[in-house]
Design a protein around this ligand. Structure first.
Ligand SMILES: O=P(O)(O)OC[C@H]1O[C@H](OP(=O)(O)OP(=O)(O)O)[C@H](O)[C@@H]1O
Ligand SMILES: Nc1ncnc2[nH]cnc12
Length: 260
C-alpha cells in the first residue's frame, strides 16, 4: 500500500472536498457499488439511494484503491500536521477506519453503540468511546462509510472535544447531499465545528436511477440493462427480459468468466 496517487477533487462546500465524479477512484467505486432505491423499501427513509458498502469490501482492487487514496492523503502531510489517531464507527465505518489506521500505523479508537464497551467510557447519545482511546492533543481523523444526517459525526466531534483532542478531518466514503449532513455538521453548536474539513468520495446525487437494483435479486436474479450485459465479461443465463425497460434478468449462478 501507499503508492501516491493524483486525485481530482471538487469543492462541494466551504469546508467540504469531494472526489470529482470523473476521478478514477470515484469511477471505480461507482462501477462496483450496488445501490438500491426506495422502490425496494430499504432506505429507511434516509434519502432515496441506499449504498451497499459490501460492494467495495467484496472487490479487493477497489477497496485497496480507496485505502491507498486516503493513505497518500495523510502520509503526504508535513509531520506536524499528520493525524495521530483514527476513530471509526460501528459497524461499517470500522472496516474503512481500521484498514486505514493499520496502513498509517496509527491507533484506532472504536466508536461503538452505547452499552458495548467495557471499562470506563464516555457516552454521548447512542454512541460510546473508551476513555483514553483518544489522548488529549491528538489529531484525529473520523472515518465512516456514510454521512446521512451528520448526527453520528456530530456525536464523535463532541466526544473528541470532550477528550481535549482535535478533529483534523472527517472522511466518509459517501454522502447524501439532500440530507444536508455536512451542512448540519458545520452548523452544529453555533458553528463550533465549521472549520473541520470534510472529505467525501462519492455522493447520492451522482447515482442514476438506472444504477439502482433490487436487493431481493442479490441472491437470485440480477437485473441488468442491455448495455450493461454487453460490457460484462461473463456468460449469463438470461431468464427473462423486459422489452419496455430494455432490461434482462440473468441468473448469477450461471455466470462464468469468458476466456480471453
Ligand atoms: O449521518 P447519520 O444520519 O448519522 O448516518 C450515518 C450513519 O448511519 C449508518 O450507520 P448505521 O447506524 O446504519 O450502522 P451500521 O454501519 O452498523 O449498519 C452509517 O454507517 C453511518 O454510521
Ligand atoms: N442511504 C443509506 N445507504 C446506506 N446505509 C445507510 N444508512 C442509513 N441510510 C443509508
Amino acid at each position: 500500500m501507499g503508492a501516491s496517487q493524483s486525485v481530482s477533487m471538487i469543492r462541494a462546500g466551504p469546508e467540504h472536498l469531494r472526489l470529482d465524479k470523473e476521478d478514477p477512484t470515484s469511477k471505480a467505486i461507482m462501477a462496483i457499488l450496488p445501490f438500491y432505491s426506495t422502490e425496494y423499501g430499504c432506505s429507511d427513509g434516509k434519502g432515496d439511494k441506499y449504498f451497499e458498502m459490501s460492494g467495495i469490501m467484496e472487490c479487493p482492487k477497489t477497496y485497496r484503491t480507496v485505502i491507498d487514496l486516503l493513505l497518500s492523503r495523510y502520509k503526504g502531510l508535513p509531520e506536524d500536521q499528520r493525524p495521530t489517531a483514527i476513530a471509526g464507527f460501528e459497524a461499517r465505518g470500522f472496516v474503512f477506519a481500521s484498514t486505514l489506521a493499520a496502513a498509517l500505523e496509527l491507533p484506532l479508537a472504536m466508536i461503538r453503540r452505547a452499552g458495548k464497551l467495557p471499562g470506563i467510557t464516555y457516552r454521548q447519545g447512542e454512541h460510546e468511546i473508551r476513555f483514553g482511546a483518544v489522548p488529549p492533543d491528538a489529531r484525529v481523523v473520523l472515518v465512516d462509510d456514510l454521512i446521512a444526517s451528520g448526527a453520528s459525526m456530530i456525536t464523535a466531534l463532541e466526544m473528541v472535544r470532550k477528550m481535549k483532542a482535535t478533529v483534523k478531518e472527517i472522511v466518509s466514503v459517501a454522502d447524501i447531499p439532500e440530507l444536508g449532513g455536512v451542512k448540519n455538521i458545520h452548523a452544529h453548536d453555533a458553528g463550533a465545528f465549521k472549520d473541520v474539513p470534510v472529505f467525501t468520495l462519492v455522493n447520492a446525487s451522482n447515482v442514476e436511477d438506472s444504477l439502482c437494483g433490487n436487493p431481493k435479486a442479490a441472491s437470485g436474479l440480477k437485473t441488468l440493462t442491455i448495455e450493461q450485459v454487453k460490457t460484462k465479461k461473463w456468460k449469463m443465463k438470461v431468464i427473462s427480459g423486459d422489452e419496455n425497460k430494455n432490461t434482462v434478468n440473468v441468473d448469477p449462478e450461471k455466470e462464468t468468466l469468458l476466456e480471453k
